[in-house]
Design a protein around this ligand. Structure first.
Ligand code: SF4
Length: 346
């Protein structure tokens, strides 16, 4: 299957993670059909940066995160992390590589073993990999728990259900940190939390990133959340990349019609604010079992023309670090392009 191009990949050598032509398909029973969850995407994450990966539910962003971790291994494509190819690595080497690339999940409570004490949960990775002596492991765990704002004494006596959702996410972060990873993939880490707690956890992630020299991939459906934490943002739609840009640029001059729609859906806390003119989105997302030909967004795009139905757009540069996969972008990097009237969906 055709990809959406690699023009956006960096060639400066300071890349911690590189994904090329990643495909993830899941069989639909015994029908012979497959769910095209991820369809040939390429992206890279530079050392020390935070890459936001956004899109609506079902676009394949979480599947991409799991495929990078080889959970499960992707259908095809390559994933290179710290210079090592993960997709062809043996299972035992892959287990070891995962100590350097950790993942935190959307539901912090269900990601923690409910029967174990919290301190033991955070200690477990160190025990499995036999890092240091028992007292040294204890010191690492207590120090890390304090770093994320959890009292080690309470953690030694309590199980996850005795903590709030925000505290459980802090515990998950502590567990991901104890093995001293270089990359953390955060899969919707604040989506299940109250708004006030979301801000605290985001600030914590930023502090830890600076203190530990981490690189983050931040997966979310909420662009408002991603904006504040990301250096660059990649937008996904139906298993493909639509747009990649520095965070400020993407929010200031979004070029892809779908990015425009996503940004327009962010509520503005000002009753007098005039809504910006944006491309209208039509209908519901198509099935990933039978995705549309050409541009996958064309059945819903009010800018769509014949070319969009026949030719898949490739990612191309429209400005420094700004790439878009669209034949008729809303912004071409220099000036706004007129938004067309909505067309019928049939
Ligand atoms: Fe819309 Fe065409 Fe651009 Fe796809 S390629 S987003 S259908 S204008």
């Amino acid at each position: 299957m055709a990809g959406t191009g690699k023009a956006h990949l960096s060639d400066d050598g300071d890349v911690l993670l590189r994904v090329e032509d990643l495909v993830v398909e899941f069989p639909v029973g015994r029908t012979g059909l497959v769910v095209n969850a991820v369809s040939g995407i390429s992206l890279d994450v530079r050392t020390g940066e935070t890459l936001g990966l956004v899109g609506e539910s079902g676009c394949g962003k979480s599947t991409t995160g799991r495929a990078i971790m080889q959970l499960p291994r992707p259908t095809s494509g390559s994933v290179t992390f710290e210079g090592r190819q993960l997709t062809t690595m043996s299972t035992s080497d892959m287990r070891e590589a995962r100590t350097r690339m950790q993942m935190i999940f959307q539901d912090p409570i269900s990601s923690l073993n409910p029967r174990r004490k919290v301190r033991d949960i955070v200690m477990e990775p160190l025990n499995i990999w036999k890092r240091g002596t028992a007292p040294e492991r204890g010191d690492v765990v207590d120090r890390t728990l304090e770093e994320v704002g959890i009292d080690p004494m309470r953690a030694a006596e309590s199980q996850p259900h005795q903590f709030s959702g925000g505290q459980c996410q802090r515990i998950s972060i502590a567990r991901s940190l104890v093995l001293d990873p270089s990359l953390i993939i955060c899969d919707e880490p604040v989506s299940a939390l109250d708004v006030s707690v979301q801000a605290q956890v985001l600030n914590l992630l930023e502090d830890l990133k600076a203190r530990h020299g981490l690189t983050l991939m931040f997966i979310a459906h909420d662009l408002a959340v991603v904006k504040n934490i990301s250096d660059r943002v990649a937008v996904m739609y139906l298993g493909k990349l639509c747009e990649v840009a520095p965070s400020d640029e993407l929010y200031r001059i979004p070029a892809h019609p779908y990015t425009n729609v996503l940004l327009a859906s962010i509520p503005v806390p000002d009753p007098s604010a005039q809504p910006a003119a944006v491309v209208e989105v039509i209908g519901e997302p198509p099935s990933p079992v039978l995705p549309p030909a050409g541009c996958r967004f064309h059945p819903r795009c009010s800018n769509a023309q014949d070319r969009c139905r026949q030719e898949e757009p490739q990612l191309r540069s429209i400005g420094p670090g700004h790439f878009v996969a669209c034949h008729f972008p809303v912004h071409d990097g220099t000036e706004a392009v007129a938004v067309r009237a909505p067309v019928s969906s049939n």
